[in-house]
Design a protein around this ligand. Structure first.
Ligand code: ATP
Length: 448
């Protein structure tokens, strides 16, 4: 395929996903009736169900199923000195250049040819300038510099600041980690590619504190754990993710760093960063707060500032990666159903994060009561939806489009034989199963 055609296909895929997300209430522009606000997105009913399921999956993997990682939920606004200490206030920005001809603004590190505008090709560019990405606000009634505060640009800094609180209250000893899921804000110059780069987004971060001598072992450990998470839980294929090692391009305090990248329709993009941060963050907070950030190791009878390994991923980028992975247009399967040329749009979402895990339909409105009873039982265990409107085929298609793995249909025979039809999203196979055992049958299938 020529590059032009390939670009067109990729372009269409992201457009199709964006349009499906809007149409079916997953994700749409914030404040759209006012024309929207660039870089801000709202999650609708199906989007929020999927986002919460994804966050729970990460939380379960990183915190609940481990004894050595604790949770935290800190404020979005912290003492401004936190950001002075972290270096964000002095140097957290991108080098930007403006095209004097077409007025487009570009991040210099993302330009292949640093001398030409990627938009119009002009070489009439301004000198690169530094733009700080921190979002500023004021705390209290006086709007002056003494009352300035910042929305956090990453969720990890409060983890460092609260290190001792968490350690003492949980009696944790090294090595152990602290994890947090929450909003982060960056005044990105070029928000783009749907929810890939936004100005308000959610991060899931974990800082793992250890002795420096063990730090590379833990770095390797978290790298393989995080890959395991993407492959086993999110079902990403080998050709969809890759590791970009930073090699020698490291911050002065770091020993190693890598990005886990996903093959988005617009190219490879960073999904998660795994960073060896040395003792940088705790040392800086010790310096700026005057409080000791040292750890006393009883075994070696020594005091030191722990070394930290970070895993940092965006929820929104993961949502986009999952949607790209899951989106499918299924011609062959529809032909099986005898509907030539009809394209079935299907989201092949992992069952654990599908916004609806089971949809229950009465074949006719007259059967609503017993079907609704099944739905009410199922929703005690799963995310279940009841749908009574439209032809049954249309109802199946609606569920395929939002990624529902199983549909349960209650028909006139069900009244007699106590069985319902269970339909599989991926194979479209239908089987008759006992209505009384449907929760158990679904649990077996969804746990696979
Ligand atoms: P990029 O180079 O793409 O700007 P980054 O290296 O600045 O990303 P980090 O500071 O390491 O990103 O943030 C960790 C994770 O947070 C990223 O891997 C990404 O998943 C997510 N993230 C960062 N910035 C944004 C954003 N503007 N919109 C959505 N997610 C983001």
């Amino acid at each position: 395929m020529s590059d032009v055609n390939k670009n067109a296909v990729e372009h269409t895929l992201i457009e199709k996903i964006t349009s499906l997300c809007k149409r079916r209430g997953f994700i749409f522009r914030s404040s759209e009736i006012y024309g929207g606000i660039n870089g801000f997105w709202d999650y609708g009913p199906y989007g929020v169900a999927m986002k919460r399921a994804l966050e729970s999956l990460w939380w379960n993997f990183m915190v609940e199923t481990r004894d050595d990682v604790e949770g935290l939920d800190s404020t979005v606004i912290c003492h401004p000195k936190v950001w002075k200490a972290s270096g964000h206030l002095d140097k957290f920005g991108d080098l930007m250049t403006d095209c004097r001809d077409c007025k487009a603004r570009h991040r210099v590190d993302q330009m292949d040819d640093k001398t030409a505008c990627p938009n119009c090709g002009s070489t009439n560019l301004t000198d690169p300038r530094e733009f700080n990405l921190m979002m500023k606000t004021f705390v209290g009634p006086v709007f002056d510099e003494d009352h300035a505060a910042y929305l956090r640009a990453e969720t990890c800094q409060p983890i460092f600041v609260d290190f001792h609180h968490v350690r003492i209250s949980t009696r944790q000893k090294l090595p152990f980690g602290i994890a947090q899921i929450g909003k982060a804000f960056r005044n990105e110059i070029n928000p783009r590619n749907f929810i890939f780069r936004s100005r308000e987004f959610t991060q899931m971060e974990m800082e793992f504190f250890c002795a420096d001598t063990d730090s590379m072992k833990w770095y390797e450990y978290w790298r393989s754990e995080r890959i395991r998470y993407y492959k086993q839980l999110l079902e990403f294929r080998d050709d969809e993710i890759r590791i970009h090692d930073h090699g020698d391009e490291l911050a002065h305090y770091a020993k190693a760093a890598l990005d886990i990248e996903f093959a988005f329709p617009f190219g490879w993009g960073e999904l998660e960063g795994i960073h060896h941060r040395g003792t940088w963050d705790l040392s800086r907070h010790q310096e700026f707060s005057g409080e000791s950030m040292e750890y006393f190791d009883q075994e070696t009878n020594s005091k030191f500032i722990p070394t930290c390994i970070e895993t940092s991923v965006g929820v929104d980028r993961t949502m986009l990666a999952i949607l790209c992975h899951a989106y499918d247009e299924d011609m062959a399967e529809t032909q099986k159903e005898g509907k030539e040329k009809d394209v079935r749009v299907v989201l092949r979402l992992p069952a654990k994060i599908a916004p609806v895990q089971a949809a229950v339909f009465p074949l006719s409105k007259k059967l609503s009561e017993p079907a609704k009873k099944i739905h009410e039982d199922l929703r005690e265990h799963f995310r279940s939806e009841f749908d009574v409107t439209g032809a049954i085929g249309k109802r199946y298609r609606r569920q395929d489009e939002i990624g529902t793995p199983y549909c349960v249909t209650f028909d006139f025979d069900s009244v007699e034989d106590g069985c319902v039809t269970l339909r599989d999203r991926d194979t479209m196979e239908q089987e008759r199963v006992s209505a009384a055992n449907i929760a158990e049958i679904l649990r077996d299938k969804l746990d696979k």
